[in-house]
Design a binder for this molecule. Structure first.
Ligand SMILES: Cc1ncc(COP(=O)(O)O)c(C=O)c1O
Length: 365
Protein backbone atom coordinates (compact mmCIF):
# COMPACT_ATOMS: atom_id res chain seq x y z
CA UNK A 1 0.00 0.00 0.00
CA UNK A 2 1.17 3.52 -0.85
CA UNK A 3 2.90 5.23 2.04
CA UNK A 4 0.55 7.96 3.18
CA UNK A 5 1.08 10.35 6.06
CA UNK A 6 -1.38 10.28 8.91
CA UNK A 7 -3.53 13.41 9.19
CA UNK A 8 -5.25 14.50 12.38
CA UNK A 9 -8.81 15.46 11.50
CA UNK A 10 -10.52 17.44 14.23
CA UNK A 11 -13.54 18.15 12.02
CA UNK A 12 -16.58 16.03 12.98
CA UNK A 13 -16.15 13.45 10.21
CA UNK A 14 -15.23 12.21 7.71
CA UNK A 15 -12.76 11.22 10.37
CA UNK A 16 -9.19 10.08 10.75
CA UNK A 17 -9.31 6.36 9.95
CA UNK A 18 -6.95 3.53 10.80
CA UNK A 19 -4.44 2.28 8.26
CA UNK A 20 -6.31 -1.05 8.23
CA UNK A 21 -9.62 0.63 7.29
CA UNK A 22 -7.88 2.45 4.44
CA UNK A 23 -6.25 -0.79 3.29
CA UNK A 24 -9.56 -2.68 3.44
CA UNK A 25 -10.68 -0.72 0.38
CA UNK A 26 -7.97 -2.24 -1.78
CA UNK A 27 -9.79 -5.40 -2.82
CA UNK A 28 -10.32 -7.47 -5.91
CA UNK A 29 -12.90 -5.97 -8.23
CA UNK A 30 -16.26 -7.57 -7.62
CA UNK A 31 -19.69 -7.10 -9.12
CA UNK A 32 -21.98 -6.05 -6.26
CA UNK A 33 -24.69 -8.38 -7.57
CA UNK A 34 -22.55 -11.39 -6.64
CA UNK A 35 -23.63 -13.51 -3.67
CA UNK A 36 -20.35 -12.91 -1.81
CA UNK A 37 -20.93 -9.19 -1.80
CA UNK A 38 -24.55 -9.64 -0.70
CA UNK A 39 -23.32 -11.67 2.25
CA UNK A 40 -20.91 -8.90 3.17
CA UNK A 41 -23.76 -6.36 3.20
CA UNK A 42 -26.02 -8.70 5.14
CA UNK A 43 -23.41 -9.11 7.86
CA UNK A 44 -22.85 -5.36 8.01
CA UNK A 45 -26.58 -4.72 8.39
CA UNK A 46 -26.87 -7.14 11.31
CA UNK A 47 -23.85 -5.68 13.04
CA UNK A 48 -25.05 -2.11 12.61
CA UNK A 49 -28.10 -3.08 14.66
CA UNK A 50 -25.92 -4.78 17.30
CA UNK A 51 -23.93 -1.57 17.85
CA UNK A 52 -27.02 -0.01 19.43
CA UNK A 53 -28.35 -3.26 20.96
CA UNK A 54 -31.41 -3.33 18.70
CA UNK A 55 -31.50 -7.04 17.88
CA UNK A 56 -35.03 -8.48 17.73
CA UNK A 57 -36.76 -5.09 17.46
CA UNK A 58 -34.79 -3.14 14.87
CA UNK A 59 -33.38 -3.83 11.41
CA UNK A 60 -31.05 -1.86 9.18
CA UNK A 61 -31.38 -0.58 5.65
CA UNK A 62 -28.52 1.07 3.78
CA UNK A 63 -28.36 3.61 0.98
CA UNK A 64 -25.51 4.97 -1.10
CA UNK A 65 -25.42 8.54 0.17
CA UNK A 66 -24.01 10.91 2.74
CA UNK A 67 -25.83 11.26 6.05
CA UNK A 68 -28.55 13.54 4.75
CA UNK A 69 -29.74 10.78 2.40
CA UNK A 70 -30.61 8.65 5.44
CA UNK A 71 -32.57 11.50 6.98
CA UNK A 72 -34.39 11.91 3.69
CA UNK A 73 -35.18 8.19 3.63
CA UNK A 74 -36.52 8.17 7.20
CA UNK A 75 -38.58 11.34 6.95
CA UNK A 76 -40.06 10.71 3.49
CA UNK A 77 -40.80 7.05 4.22
CA UNK A 78 -42.19 7.48 7.72
CA UNK A 79 -44.45 10.52 7.84
CA UNK A 80 -47.85 9.70 6.33
CA UNK A 81 -49.61 12.17 4.06
CA UNK A 82 -51.80 14.60 5.98
CA UNK A 83 -49.75 14.26 9.17
CA UNK A 84 -47.19 16.62 10.66
CA UNK A 85 -43.55 16.33 11.68
CA UNK A 86 -42.40 18.10 14.85
CA UNK A 87 -38.72 19.06 14.67
CA UNK A 88 -36.66 19.94 17.73
CA UNK A 89 -34.38 22.55 16.22
CA UNK A 90 -31.45 23.80 18.24
CA UNK A 91 -28.76 23.54 15.61
CA UNK A 92 -28.15 23.52 11.87
CA UNK A 93 -28.93 19.80 11.58
CA UNK A 94 -32.36 20.31 13.12
CA UNK A 95 -32.94 23.06 10.56
CA UNK A 96 -31.77 20.72 7.81
CA UNK A 97 -34.54 18.26 8.72
CA UNK A 98 -37.08 21.09 8.57
CA UNK A 99 -35.92 22.11 5.08
CA UNK A 100 -35.80 18.51 3.96
CA UNK A 101 -39.38 17.81 5.10
CA UNK A 102 -40.64 21.04 3.55
CA UNK A 103 -39.07 20.10 0.22
CA UNK A 104 -41.46 17.14 0.17
CA UNK A 105 -44.42 19.26 1.28
CA UNK A 106 -44.50 17.62 4.67
CA UNK A 107 -46.06 20.00 7.16
CA UNK A 108 -43.57 20.83 9.89
CA UNK A 109 -44.13 22.10 13.41
CA UNK A 110 -40.88 23.78 14.41
CA UNK A 111 -39.63 24.00 17.96
CA UNK A 112 -37.09 26.65 17.10
CA UNK A 113 -34.37 27.70 19.49
CA UNK A 114 -31.16 29.59 19.15
CA UNK A 115 -28.35 27.23 18.16
CA UNK A 116 -26.93 26.23 21.52
CA UNK A 117 -30.12 26.45 23.61
CA UNK A 118 -31.22 23.37 25.51
CA UNK A 119 -34.67 21.95 24.68
CA UNK A 120 -37.44 22.59 27.19
CA UNK A 121 -39.58 19.45 27.53
CA UNK A 122 -42.62 21.45 28.58
CA UNK A 123 -42.51 23.38 25.31
CA UNK A 124 -42.28 20.13 23.35
CA UNK A 125 -45.24 18.80 25.28
CA UNK A 126 -47.29 21.91 24.52
CA UNK A 127 -46.58 21.53 20.80
CA UNK A 128 -47.56 17.86 20.91
CA UNK A 129 -50.73 18.63 22.86
CA UNK A 130 -51.74 21.47 20.51
CA UNK A 131 -51.11 19.57 17.29
CA UNK A 132 -52.90 16.27 17.49
CA UNK A 133 -51.96 15.50 13.87
CA UNK A 134 -48.23 15.26 14.64
CA UNK A 135 -47.34 11.67 13.73
CA UNK A 136 -43.54 12.00 14.06
CA UNK A 137 -40.97 13.92 16.04
CA UNK A 138 -37.43 14.40 14.73
CA UNK A 139 -34.48 15.27 16.95
CA UNK A 140 -30.71 15.28 16.63
CA UNK A 141 -28.98 13.25 19.35
CA UNK A 142 -25.61 14.96 19.18
CA UNK A 143 -26.13 18.37 17.56
CA UNK A 144 -22.83 18.72 15.74
CA UNK A 145 -23.40 22.46 15.35
CA UNK A 146 -22.71 23.08 19.02
CA UNK A 147 -21.62 19.80 20.63
CA UNK A 148 -24.89 19.56 22.52
CA UNK A 149 -26.26 16.21 23.61
CA UNK A 150 -30.02 16.47 23.40
CA UNK A 151 -32.19 14.58 25.94
CA UNK A 152 -33.36 11.88 23.54
CA UNK A 153 -34.68 9.45 26.17
CA UNK A 154 -36.96 12.09 27.70
CA UNK A 155 -38.05 13.30 24.26
CA UNK A 156 -38.89 9.74 23.13
CA UNK A 157 -40.90 9.10 26.30
CA UNK A 158 -42.80 12.33 25.80
CA UNK A 159 -43.49 11.78 22.10
CA UNK A 160 -44.75 8.27 22.75
CA UNK A 161 -47.21 9.55 25.34
CA UNK A 162 -48.71 11.56 22.47
CA UNK A 163 -48.53 8.60 20.08
CA UNK A 164 -45.83 10.20 17.93
CA UNK A 165 -43.01 8.08 16.53
CA UNK A 166 -39.45 9.34 16.88
CA UNK A 167 -36.75 9.83 14.24
CA UNK A 168 -33.33 10.33 15.83
CA UNK A 169 -30.41 11.74 13.85
CA UNK A 170 -27.48 9.95 15.48
CA UNK A 171 -25.06 10.92 12.75
CA UNK A 172 -22.25 12.06 15.03
CA UNK A 173 -23.00 9.97 18.13
CA UNK A 174 -23.63 6.43 16.82
CA UNK A 175 -20.72 4.10 17.76
CA UNK A 176 -19.17 6.90 19.80
CA UNK A 177 -21.61 7.46 22.65
CA UNK A 178 -23.18 4.18 23.87
CA UNK A 179 -26.80 3.99 22.65
CA UNK A 180 -29.50 1.51 23.66
CA UNK A 181 -32.16 1.92 21.01
CA UNK A 182 -34.60 -0.38 22.82
CA UNK A 183 -34.45 1.79 25.93
CA UNK A 184 -35.06 4.91 23.89
CA UNK A 185 -37.70 2.91 22.06
CA UNK A 186 -36.95 5.17 19.06
CA UNK A 187 -38.64 4.14 15.83
CA UNK A 188 -35.88 5.39 13.47
CA UNK A 189 -32.18 6.01 14.05
CA UNK A 190 -29.87 7.30 11.34
CA UNK A 191 -26.09 7.39 11.00
CA UNK A 192 -23.41 7.17 8.34
CA UNK A 193 -20.26 5.21 7.61
CA UNK A 194 -17.83 8.05 8.13
CA UNK A 195 -18.31 9.33 11.67
CA UNK A 196 -17.79 7.55 15.01
CA UNK A 197 -17.91 4.12 13.36
CA UNK A 198 -14.69 5.30 11.66
CA UNK A 199 -15.29 4.05 8.13
CA UNK A 200 -15.21 5.91 4.80
CA UNK A 201 -17.96 8.22 3.50
CA UNK A 202 -20.52 6.82 1.07
CA UNK A 203 -23.00 4.67 2.99
CA UNK A 204 -25.82 5.82 5.23
CA UNK A 205 -27.97 3.53 7.32
CA UNK A 206 -31.40 3.79 8.85
CA UNK A 207 -32.18 1.46 11.73
CA UNK A 208 -35.91 1.12 12.24
CA UNK A 209 -38.43 -1.02 14.05
CA UNK A 210 -39.19 -3.96 11.82
CA UNK A 211 -42.81 -3.88 12.97
CA UNK A 212 -43.25 -0.60 11.02
CA UNK A 213 -42.54 -2.11 7.63
CA UNK A 214 -46.17 -2.68 6.57
CA UNK A 215 -47.17 0.72 7.89
CA UNK A 216 -44.72 2.56 5.60
CA UNK A 217 -45.32 0.37 2.57
CA UNK A 218 -47.36 2.92 0.67
CA UNK A 219 -45.96 6.22 1.94
CA UNK A 220 -43.41 6.44 -0.91
CA UNK A 221 -42.45 10.01 -1.60
CA UNK A 222 -38.98 9.22 -2.89
CA UNK A 223 -37.97 6.67 -5.50
CA UNK A 224 -34.33 6.28 -4.46
CA UNK A 225 -34.70 6.74 -0.69
CA UNK A 226 -37.74 4.54 -0.06
CA UNK A 227 -37.05 2.39 3.01
CA UNK A 228 -39.73 -0.19 2.20
CA UNK A 229 -38.50 -1.03 -1.29
CA UNK A 230 -34.83 -0.91 -0.34
CA UNK A 231 -35.36 -3.20 2.64
CA UNK A 232 -37.70 -5.71 1.03
CA UNK A 233 -35.65 -5.67 -2.18
CA UNK A 234 -32.56 -6.70 -0.26
CA UNK A 235 -34.49 -9.39 1.61
CA UNK A 236 -35.56 -10.87 -1.72
CA UNK A 237 -32.36 -10.55 -3.74
CA UNK A 238 -29.47 -9.95 -1.31
CA UNK A 239 -28.65 -6.85 -3.34
CA UNK A 240 -29.08 -3.15 -2.87
CA UNK A 241 -31.45 -1.73 -5.49
CA UNK A 242 -28.87 0.67 -6.92
CA UNK A 243 -25.08 0.54 -7.21
CA UNK A 244 -23.46 0.38 -3.76
CA UNK A 245 -20.05 1.97 -3.08
CA UNK A 246 -18.27 -1.39 -3.10
CA UNK A 247 -14.94 -0.36 -1.56
CA UNK A 248 -16.66 1.78 1.08
CA UNK A 249 -18.57 -1.33 2.17
CA UNK A 250 -15.32 -3.28 2.64
CA UNK A 251 -13.94 -0.39 4.68
CA UNK A 252 -17.13 -0.34 6.78
CA UNK A 253 -16.81 -4.09 7.43
CA UNK A 254 -13.29 -3.49 8.74
CA UNK A 255 -14.37 -0.45 10.76
CA UNK A 256 -17.17 -2.44 12.43
CA UNK A 257 -14.74 -5.26 13.28
CA UNK A 258 -12.41 -2.70 14.85
CA UNK A 259 -15.32 -1.20 16.79
CA UNK A 260 -16.22 -4.55 18.34
CA UNK A 261 -12.55 -5.22 19.07
CA UNK A 262 -12.17 -1.88 20.87
CA UNK A 263 -15.60 -2.49 22.50
CA UNK A 264 -18.39 0.01 23.10
CA UNK A 265 -16.99 1.11 26.45
CA UNK A 266 -13.41 1.19 25.14
CA UNK A 267 -14.29 3.54 22.32
CA UNK A 268 -16.34 5.80 24.57
CA UNK A 269 -13.49 5.87 27.12
CA UNK A 270 -10.95 6.82 24.43
CA UNK A 271 -13.19 9.58 23.09
CA UNK A 272 -13.82 10.93 26.59
CA UNK A 273 -10.12 10.92 27.43
CA UNK A 274 -9.29 12.73 24.19
CA UNK A 275 -12.07 15.20 24.89
CA UNK A 276 -10.77 15.87 28.40
CA UNK A 277 -7.21 16.36 27.15
CA UNK A 278 -8.50 18.79 24.52
CA UNK A 279 -10.77 20.60 26.97
CA UNK A 280 -8.04 21.02 29.62
CA UNK A 281 -5.46 22.12 27.05
CA UNK A 282 -7.78 24.71 25.50
CA UNK A 283 -8.69 26.06 28.92
CA UNK A 284 -5.00 26.48 29.69
CA UNK A 285 -4.73 28.50 26.48
CA UNK A 286 -7.60 30.71 27.79
CA UNK A 287 -10.23 29.56 25.29
CA UNK A 288 -13.89 29.66 26.34
CA UNK A 289 -16.65 27.26 25.32
CA UNK A 290 -20.17 27.78 24.01
CA UNK A 291 -21.93 25.22 26.19
CA UNK A 292 -21.94 24.46 29.91
CA UNK A 293 -20.18 21.19 30.71
CA UNK A 294 -23.35 19.25 31.58
CA UNK A 295 -24.78 19.75 28.07
CA UNK A 296 -21.64 18.56 26.28
CA UNK A 297 -21.59 15.45 24.13
CA UNK A 298 -17.89 15.02 24.97
CA UNK A 299 -17.29 14.41 21.28
CA UNK A 300 -17.14 17.98 20.02
CA UNK A 301 -16.36 21.40 21.45
CA UNK A 302 -17.72 24.65 20.05
CA UNK A 303 -15.11 27.19 21.10
CA UNK A 304 -15.73 30.92 21.23
CA UNK A 305 -13.61 32.72 18.67
CA UNK A 306 -10.83 34.76 20.28
CA UNK A 307 -11.17 38.55 20.07
CA UNK A 308 -7.42 39.08 19.41
CA UNK A 309 -7.06 41.55 16.49
CA UNK A 310 -4.63 39.28 14.64
CA UNK A 311 -6.86 36.19 14.96
CA UNK A 312 -8.73 34.88 11.96
CA UNK A 313 -10.21 31.40 11.60
CA UNK A 314 -8.69 31.08 8.12
CA UNK A 315 -5.24 32.09 9.38
CA UNK A 316 -5.42 29.60 12.23
CA UNK A 317 -6.82 26.89 9.97
CA UNK A 318 -4.08 27.31 7.37
CA UNK A 319 -1.28 27.35 9.96
CA UNK A 320 -2.57 24.12 11.52
CA UNK A 321 -3.46 22.45 8.21
CA UNK A 322 0.09 22.90 6.90
CA UNK A 323 1.23 21.02 9.97
CA UNK A 324 -1.18 18.10 9.57
CA UNK A 325 -4.15 19.20 11.72
CA UNK A 326 -7.60 19.98 10.30
CA UNK A 327 -9.95 22.20 12.30
CA UNK A 328 -13.54 23.19 11.53
CA UNK A 329 -15.41 26.50 11.35
CA UNK A 330 -18.57 27.33 13.31
CA UNK A 331 -22.08 26.81 11.91
CA UNK A 332 -24.34 29.62 13.10
CA UNK A 333 -24.24 29.06 16.87
CA UNK A 334 -25.60 31.94 18.95
CA UNK A 335 -22.02 33.08 19.64
CA UNK A 336 -19.24 33.00 16.99
CA UNK A 337 -17.37 29.73 17.40
CA UNK A 338 -15.04 27.32 15.73
CA UNK A 339 -15.27 23.57 16.34
CA UNK A 340 -13.00 20.70 17.29
CA UNK A 341 -14.10 17.11 17.45
CA UNK A 342 -12.40 14.04 18.84
CA UNK A 343 -14.33 11.52 16.75
CA UNK A 344 -12.15 9.20 14.70
CA UNK A 345 -9.03 7.14 15.22
CA UNK A 346 -7.36 9.73 17.47
CA UNK A 347 -5.23 9.15 20.53
CA UNK A 348 -4.02 11.23 23.45
CA UNK A 349 -0.68 12.00 21.79
CA UNK A 350 -2.48 13.37 18.72
CA UNK A 351 -4.44 15.79 20.88
CA UNK A 352 -1.32 16.83 22.78
CA UNK A 353 0.53 17.42 19.50
CA UNK A 354 -2.38 19.50 18.26
CA UNK A 355 -2.44 21.60 21.43
CA UNK A 356 1.27 22.28 21.08
CA UNK A 357 0.81 23.38 17.48
CA UNK A 358 -2.12 25.61 18.46
CA UNK A 359 -0.01 27.17 21.22
CA UNK A 360 2.74 27.86 18.64
CA UNK A 361 0.20 29.58 16.38
CA UNK A 362 -1.05 31.72 19.25
CA UNK A 363 2.51 32.71 20.14
CA UNK A 364 3.13 33.64 16.56
CA UNK A 365 0.15 36.04 16.39
C1 LIG B 1 -25.97 15.76 13.18
C2 LIG B 1 -25.73 15.59 11.72
N1 LIG B 1 -26.77 15.30 10.93
C3 LIG B 1 -26.63 15.10 9.63
C4 LIG B 1 -25.39 15.19 9.02
C5 LIG B 1 -25.30 14.81 7.58
O1 LIG B 1 -24.50 15.51 6.78
P1 LIG B 1 -23.93 14.91 5.41
O2 LIG B 1 -25.07 14.65 4.51
O3 LIG B 1 -23.07 16.03 4.95
O4 LIG B 1 -23.16 13.67 5.71
C6 LIG B 1 -24.28 15.54 9.80
C7 LIG B 1 -22.94 15.71 9.19
O5 LIG B 1 -22.04 16.28 9.74
C8 LIG B 1 -24.45 15.73 11.18
O6 LIG B 1 -23.42 16.02 11.98
Amino acid sequence: MKNISRKILLNPGPATTTQSVKEAMVVEDICPREKDFGQLLDGIKDDLVKVVHGEETHVAVMFTASGTGGLEAAITSAVPRGKKLLVVENGAYGTRMVKLAETFNIEVVRYQMEYGDYPDLEKIETLLANNKDISHLAVVHHETTTGMLNPVQEICDLAHRYHAEVIVDCMSSYAGIPIHVKEWNAEYLISSSNKCIQGMPGLVFVLFKKSLLEKIKDTKRSFYFDIYSQYTGFEKTGQMQFTPPVQVAYALRQAIDEYFLETESGRWKRYQENYQTLYDGLKKLSFEFLLPDHQQSKILLAIKEPSHPKYSFEGMHDYLFERGFTIYPGKGAKTATFRLSVLGDLHKQDIEDFLQCLADYLNEI
